[in-house]
Ligand binder design. Sequence first.
Ligand code: SF4
Ligand code: SF4
Length: 287
Amino acid sequence: QTPIESKPDWLRTRAVVSDTYQEVRGLVREKSLHTVCAEANCPNIYECWNDREATFLVGGEMCTRRCDFCDIATGRPTEYDVDEPRRVAVSIKEMDLRYATVTGVARDDRPDGGAWLYAETARQVHELSPGTGVELLIPDFKGNPDALEDVFSSRPEVLGHNLETVPRIFKRIRPAFSYQGSLDVITAAAEAGLVTKSNLILGMGETRDEIEAAMAALVEARCDILTITQYLRPSKLHHPVDRWVKPQEFVDLSRLAEEIGFAAVMSGPMVRSSYRAGMLWGRAMVK
Ligand code: SF4
Ligand code: SF4
């Protein structure tokens, strides 16, 4: 390993195992439920599950796109499971979640890009668990207005679409997306009256000025909530880590983000875009 590949000390979490965490974990095991939190070994699981928050993936395990930071396999999906929204909604009910993030792969093999799966999951969660907040973290559906409208009309508490990086390196990092196209998804969601959210991953070669410009572009696009995270390289085949952003820089960027107009911000080395998402939504709502 080169020095840049070895993780600094601050990228460690302490596990505080609470009763609520144990209860949620027990339910997940007993009922064989699938969560991104457990299956991706997310280090934040003790905190998020203690808050009764978790993340679910829809659309299968194979993505039709390839982003240079993402660990999900690229290929041609073989299944399209119309029962998946119901199963996710049942899992959320069984785990007695307060807030659930639903994300998934890009399904460019489908005419609607898989939009129905996201929309139907939000509808079914709302029906089965009226008190549970739903955050949909969506791909861009190639900007297809009908697909976006279907998703927006399912009225998720938060509509997330991640910008992830800055224009100069965007094409290399997210070849099947576009910087402006992603900003447009956020604006369209805001125009539909939804609370909007996005994420920036640091450590992929961007400069501080470029990060600040991307933050300003997100505010301009009417993004309400921002998460800022550290890039971790899933494998040698993925984009190299350019730097480990110091904890203080995350604090500084968080302050700046609030100053320039974000309603709620979560910024830190261990943050993921779904980290304590319900708490962050609550913070945005009181603004
Ligand atoms: Fe990963 Fe999403 Fe990119 Fe697919 S579209 S490779 S799931 S980040
Ligand atoms: Fe689950 Fe996201 Fe929290 Fe990780 S950060 S435990 S994936 S909700």
